[in-house]
Design a protein around this ligand. Structure first.
Ligand SMILES: Cc1cc2nc3c(=O)[nH]c(=O)nc-3n(C[C@H](O)[C@H](O)[C@H](O)COP(=O)(O)O)c2cc1C
Length: 399
């Protein structure tokens, strides 16, 4: 008989994340804000993050802070440069005033980058056509990889200067590091292709560079794909091995587990309904026609359920000792409690907090009643708003 007491971590208890203490274990996940038209912080962006901070999260995540102009998924996104620091400082001050911590998601979008609006070439493991930008990403040279690695370190240093408590290195969704991990996208024959050890070099290299750059001044986390959700993409077993290497390398304070590919299987990230009409409406012909025609295939639907990534994340929990952040379909107290009971250290929430930035305070106030339910219907129409001004179409938030 198991005589162990049922040790239960309260999701509202404070927690250490590397050198930082968060007031609770709830993190607002990166949801690209589309609030930086000049690639600089705006009042709109500050409001976007102030709301969930005032609404009770332990930490909010700014998305997306590219490490280079060519690493953006669109030309109006922030890239980390000295000119951006004063605005970022205003942003971090505003979040700290609400009692929350703030993380910058840093990364290079690789084949997902929009070379047309960035007015800079995109990079990929091999030459790759991006249908949204109607441009080819060029094959990254060794020098490009070294430059991107340096740019991650530089971006992390600027995050420290800007007052961030953490950086989240983007290793998911088939962005650059993730596309190198993918056997489907990475067909290189050199020391960055072939074996998993070779394909993991970019991911491990950028995390190492970031840690070396910041020491223990701020926390360093990464967002890693457990699987791309596509045949011949990154499989779970390989991703578990990559996570083990990242753990051994000692560069990370926590790992956030995600899945899916912005390139080939976007709805795997979200589960729920396919916003084909809304997505097509965000583009001009002929791209909008193409999206309408191929949308059902591109936006393959997966039924939504609470904690839809838990089954996969459990396997990582069993194999790793480092702190893990459970993501995907966490919208209420029961699911948060389940995540804690399953041994995860933090939960990250995207759409539910987009829909209701005050949700965490309402859940906390609800106490034992556990009756608060999210307004998010996982219609995923928010996805199509990232080309104008990211918001929830159900509640209109964050305004
Ligand atoms: C509008 C929107 C924008 C997003 N932008 C990003 C992003 O910039 N970077 C990222 O890693 N994930 C992004 N995501 C994915 C979320 O971080 C998260 O992985 C996904 O929404 C699943 O979590 P959820 O079920 O809590 O919404 C975005 C999600 C949404 C809805």
């Amino acid at each position: 008989m198991n005589t162990q007491p049922n040790v239960f971590t309260d999701v509202f208890s404070p927690a250490r994340l590397g050198p930082v203490t968060l007031r609770n274990r709830i993190i607002k996940a990166a949801t690209f804000e589309a609030a930086t038209p000049n690639a600089l912080v705006t009042d709109d962006l500050i409001n976007y993050h102030r709301l969930p901070a005032a609404g009770g999260v332990g930490m909010t995540t700014v998305a997306y802070c590219a490490v280079a102009p060519g690493g953006r998924t669109d030309g109006w996104q922030i890239w980390m440069r000295p000119e951006a620091v004063p605005g970022l400082r205003r942003l971090t001050d505003a979040i700290h005033a609400e009692g929350a911590a703030i993380s910058a998601q840093i990364g290079h979008a690789g084949p997902v980058a929009n070379a047309r609006t960035n007015k800079a070439p995109a990079l990929a493991p091999v030459r790759f056509f991006n249908p949204l930008s109607m441009r080819f990403a060029r094959k990254a040279t060794r020098d490009d990889i070294a430059e991107v690695t340096r740019a991650h370190a530089n971006a992390a240093r600027l995050a420290v200067d800007s007052g961030f408590d953490a950086v989240e290195v983007h290793l998911g969704h088939n962005y650059l590091a993730s596309s190198f991990l993918s056997p489907l996208l990475n067909r290189r024959k050199d020391e960055f292709g072939g074996s998993l050890e070779n394909r993991a070099k970019v991911a491990r290299g950028v995390v190492r560079a970031v840690r070396d750059a910041v020491g223990d001044q701020i926390a360093v986390t990464a967002k890693l794909n457990m699987t791309d959700g596509v045949r011949a993409g990154i499989p779970m077993d390989e991703s578990i091995q990559t996570a083990k290497w990242l753990e051994e390398d000692g560069g990370l304070d926590a790992l956030e587990l995600t899945a899916g590919s912005s390139l080939v299987n976007p709805l795997y990230l979200f589960h729920g309904d396919a916003p084909i009409k809304e997505f097509a409406g965000a583009f001009k012909p002929p791209l909008s026609w193409g999206i309408r025609m191929t949308g059902k295939k591109f936006f393959r639907e997966y039924p939504y359920r609470e904690a839809f990534l838990l089954d996969k994340a459990r396997r990582f929990r069993a194999e790793l000792t480092m702190p893990l952040i459970l993501l995907g379909g966490i919208t209420n107290r029961e699911t948060m409690d389940l995540a804690m009971a399953e041994g995860f250290d933090f939960v990250a929430m995207g759409r539910a907090l987009l829909a209701e930035p005050d949700l965490i305070n309402r859940i906390a106030d609800d106490g034992e009643a556990r009756s608060v339910r999210s307004a998010c219907t996982h219609c995923n129409k928010c996805m199509a708003t990232i080309y104008t001004h990211t918001h929830c179409v159900v509640t209109g938030m964050p305004g």
